[in-house]
Design a protein around this ligand. Structure first.
Ligand code: ADP
Ligand code: ADP
Length: 226
């Protein structure tokens, strides 16, 4: 089975906006897929439907062959990284990372084991007791990634995760993300409005326009035959 399969996915918001229409996609395990297109073309809406944060108007969503179209977000094997990081300001970095596991009811030994392992992997041990207000943009980005990955998702969803970073930091985090993704071997879906970023990051690039998929190509094909 595919890691992720979208069949004729459609979203009409209450009020009548047609945000996404006839979105078809098949993703193999371990692929890095970029969604790119102008603001308002439906990238975030599609990502949120995959995450279960937005209901699906019609169509089907399968993860590893299983129908998740109407399954609640907490029960999906996905994790989402948001542009604004969404770190809880009243908790330390380690508490932020552990929180998602506590919500899932894991026992405290397992929570500690997984939290320590991901802090180690993302090299944020030096800030484990810090609060959000003391963190740099790059550190917030790492904490946000750690918080998603600690739940051991099959699919990591990233919504403009580099949007708030300056150009130099963005470049280095792009490289780190690619290395991390290869290392973990899990599927990443990466939303961006920046074509260069979509091309440099994606194994395949989904080009969207006005709620529709315009093209799905390798970066090479898009670059040489746009
Ligand atoms: P992006 O372009 O990164 O998707 P937007 O600025 O378009 O972000 O949207 C920011 C927030 O506003 C999102 O939570 C989105 O769901 C919401 N939003 C966007 N457009 C509308 C709209 N027409 N009506 C209501 N909410 C909207
Ligand atoms: P993108 O992520 O590509 O910027 P979005 O998925 O945020 O695009 O938006 C797609 C369309 O859906 C836009 O027309 C936007 O205004 C609309 N939209 C997004 N969120 C909402 C919402 N919560 N309610 C109503 N319309 C929305």
């Amino acid at each position: 089975a595919y890691d992720l399969e979208l069949k004729k996915l459609k979203k009409v918001y209450p009020g009548g906006t047609l945000a996404v229409e006839a979105f078809d996609l098949q993703v193999e395990k371990g692929e890095f897929i970029s969604f790119v297109g102008p603001s308002g073309c439906g990238k975030t809406t599609t990502l949120r439907m995959i995450a279960g944060l937005e209901s699906i108007t019609s169509g089907e969503l399968l993860i590893r062959g299983k129908d998740f179209t109407h399954v609640r977000a907490e029960q999906r094997p996905t994790a989402t990284i948001f542009q604004n990081y969404a770190i809880f300001p009243h908790m330390s970095v380690a508490e932020n990372i552990a929180f998602g596991l506590q919500v899932r009811g894991l026992d405290s030994a397992e929570i500690k084991r997984r939290t320590d392992a991901i802090i180690d992997k993302l090299q944020i041990g030096d800030i484990r007791d810090a609060r959000e207000s003391a963190l740099s943009g790059g550190q917030k980005q790492r904490v946000s990634l750690a918080r998603g990955l600690v739940t051991e998702p099959d699919i990591l969803l990233l919504d403009e995760p580099l949007g708030a970073l300056d150009a130099n930091l963005r470049k280095s985090i792009q490289e780190e993300l690619k290395i991390l993704q290869r290392d973990l071997g899990i599927t990443f879906i990466f939303v961006t409005h920046a074509q260069s970023e979509a091309l440099s990051m994606g194994d395949r690039v989904v080009v969207m326009n006005a709620g529709r998929v315009e093209q799905i190509s390798s970066p090479f094909d898009l670059y040489t035959r746009p």
